[in-house]
Design a protein around this ligand. Structure first.
Ligand SMILES: C[S@@+](CC[C@H](N)C(=O)[O-])C[C@H]1O[C@@H](n2cnc3c(N)ncnc32)[C@H](O)[C@@H]1O
Length: 261
C-alpha cells in the first residue's frame, strides 16, 4: 500500500492517534471491525499521503517542546531545531521581561516560552492573517494568558526601546532554492525571502535595533550556510557579543546578539 517505511510508520501513528488502535490491533491479527467512518478516514489518509501531505497537517497536530499545537496548511509545521530558542530563553532569563516573537506562525515559540514563564509578557506577531488565526487557536487551546497576538509587518508597529528580547524564526530560503521542492505544502510566506533569503532577516535586525532596549537581546534562526551573512548584519546594526547556536547536526542555525557595545 505504501512505498516507504517512513509512510508505513506514519500510517501506524495515524491508526493509533486518530483511530485509537492498540498495538495488539495493529501488529497481531485482529478481528477489529472498521466503522464506515474509520474506513473513510483511512481512505482520506492514503489519498493525502499520495499527494505528499505532511502527517502533521493530516492530524492537525504538531508536537513542539512539551506541547501539542494545532497546525494546518496555513502555517509552517514547527521544527525540532527551533526548540533550541525556547531552551535558551528558559535557561537565560528569569526576571519578568517583555519579549517579541516576530513571525509567530502557529505561536509555537512564544506560547512555549509563555507557558514555562508566567511572569514574562510575550507578544507574537505575524503579517499573515491565517497565521494569526492559527496562533489564536493555540493560545486558546493551551490556555496561555501572557501571550498577546498582534497583526504586524515585522516590527514596524512597535514603540522604540520597548522589548528586552526579540526572537524570530523568519522565512530565510532563497527564491528558487531546491529545498523548496520538498516544501510545497507549506505556505510560501513562511519559507521564502528575497535577497538570497536574507531580506526578512535584514528587516528584523534593523528594526530590532530600534525596538530593543539598550542591552536587549536578539535571537534569529537562519539557514545553516547563512551564519556569516547574519553575523555581519548584526554587527552593521550595532549588535555585539554575537554567538551562534548549533542544531543537533552541529550546524550553525541561530545567531544571538546584544544591542550596544
Ligand atoms: C518560518 S515561519 C516561523 C513560524 C513559527 N515561528 C515557527 O517557528 O514555526 C515564518 C513566519 O513569519 C511570518 N512572516 C512572513 N513575513 C512576515 C512579515 N513581513 N511580518 C511578520 N511576519 C511575517 C510568516 O507568516 C510565518 O508565520
Amino acid at each position: 500500500m505504501f512505498d516507504s517505511d517512513a509512510i508505513k510508520n506514519e500510517f501506524i501513528f495515524f491508526l493509533k492517534e486518530k483511530l485509537h488502535f492498540s498495538d495488539a490491533e495493529i501488529y497481531i491479527s485482529s478481528d477489529k471491525v472498521l466503522t464506515v467512518e474509520d474506513e473513510n478516514l483511512i481512505k482520506a489518509f492514503i489519498k493525502q499521503k499520495n499527494e505528499g501531505i505532511p502527517l502533521d497537517y493530516i492530524l492537525n497536530s504538531s508536537k513542539f517542546y512539551e506541547y501539542e499545537f494545532f497546525v494546518d496548511s496555513r502555517v509552517l509545521i514547527p521544527r525540532p531545531e527551533t526548540e533550541i530558542i525556547v531552551d535558551y530563553v528558559n535557561s537565560h532569563f528569569s526576571s519578568p521581561i517583555q519579549i517579541l516573537d516576530a513571525g509567530t506562525g502557529s505561536g509555537c515559540i512564544g506560547i512555549s516560552i509563555a507557558l514555562k514563564n508566567p511572569s514574562f509578557q510575550i507578544y507574537g506577531s505575524d503579517y499573515s492573517e491565517d497565521a494569526i488565526d492559527v496562533a489564536s487557536i493555540n493560545k486558546n487551546n493551551l490556555g496561555v494568558k501572557n501571550f498577546l497576538i498582534i497583526h504586524a509587518n515585522w516590527l514596524s508597529c512597535f514603540k522604540t526601546k520597548c522589548f528586552d528580547l526579540v526572537i524570530s524564526n523568519p522565512p530565510y530560503i532563497a527564491e528558487g532554492d531546491s529545498h523548496l521542492e520538498k516544501l510545497v505544502h507549506e505556505p510560501n510566506i513562511a519559507l521564502v525571502s528575497k535577497e538570497s533569503g536574507l531580506f526578512s532577516i535584514k528587516k528584523i535586525v534593523e528594526q530590532s535595533s530600534k525596538v530593543l532596549k539598550e542591552g536587549g537581546m536578539l535571537m534569529i534562526e537562519h539557514g545553516y550556510d547563512q551564519q556569516d551573512d547574519v553575523g555581519s548584519i548584526f554587527k552593521k546594526y550595532n549588535f555585539s557579543k554575537i554567538e551562534n547556536l548549533k542544531d543537533l547536526q552541529l550546524l550553525p542555525r541561530i545567531t544571538v546578539g546584544t544591542l550596544g557595545r
